[in-house]
Design a protein. Structure first.
Lengths: 111, 117
């Protein structure tokens, strides 16, 4: 059973629009989450970390965490072609516990 | 921030040979490292958890005799693909969590692209 579930997409968004990526999780004990971005042929890179309910903003990115509903989302404002990538969510600090990633959501920004 | 370094970034080998991939945590100690494999247009698949000073824990379906993992120090884990075959061609990525930090961020190596001819 995967820890997180994401719509694999592809999600196509016009340049300049808001891209909305969602992730649901099964472990109610998860207290924090990371969002990673993975470009084709590259390894994942961290873009956001959120540990409390509500919103966290960083530049064009906003992460939202709703622990009651067990979902975390990532909004990308003013989407750029360079945002085209696969986005992965993952639970945060849990000692040395392994992380089994979901499929991630493939985002495509069309000019 | 913490860095995980992986080497080599790409390797081409003949079928039947063995290939070793190194994963190093450069500025933190990692008692546990994780090895993932990714085929084109597919998701990251966890292969095994590498434990410093003890045997690795393999995921179901991953052959431990084929994918040898050694975690001899707190900063180095190696993955050896033994008797490689074309179907082993893939993108291998290691990762480690800096448990001394407050966030528990999982850091990824640059990945190693293996092509078996």
């Amino acid at each position: 059973q995967k820890e997180v579930e994401q719509n694999s997409g592809p999600l196509s968004v016009p340049e300049g629009a808001i891209a909305s990526l969602n992730c649901t999780y099964s472990d109610r004990g998860s207290q924090s989450f990371f969002w990673y971005r993975q470009y084709s042929g590259k390894s994942p890179e961290l873009i956001m970390f959120i540990y409390s309910n509500g919103d966290k903003e960083d530049g064009r990115f906003t992460a939202q965490l709703n622990k009651a509903s067990q979902y975390v989302s990532l909004l990308i404002r003013d989407s750029q072609p360079s945002d085209s990538a696969t986005y992965l969510c993952a639970p945060g600090y849990r000692g040395d516990s392994k992380i089994i990633f979901g499929s991630g959501t493939r985002l495509s920004i069309r000019p | 921030g913490a860095v995980v370094s992986q080497h080599p970034s790409w390797v081409i080998c003949k079928s039947g040979t063995s290939v070793k991939i190194e994963c190093r945590s450069l500025d933190f100690q990692a008692t546990t490292m994780f090895w993932y494999r990714q085929f084109p247009k597919q998701s990251l698949m966890l292969m095994a958890t590498s434990n410093e000073g003890s045997k690795a824990t393999y995921e179901q379906g991953v052959e431990k005799d084929k994918f040898l993992i050694n975690h001899a120090s707190l900063t180095l884990s190696t993955l050896t693909v033994t008797s490689a075959h074309p179907e082993d061609s893939s993108f291998y990525i290691c990762s480690a969590r800096d448990t001394s930090g407050s966030t528990g961020e999982l850091f990824f190596g640059e990945g190693s692209r293996l092509t078996v001819l």
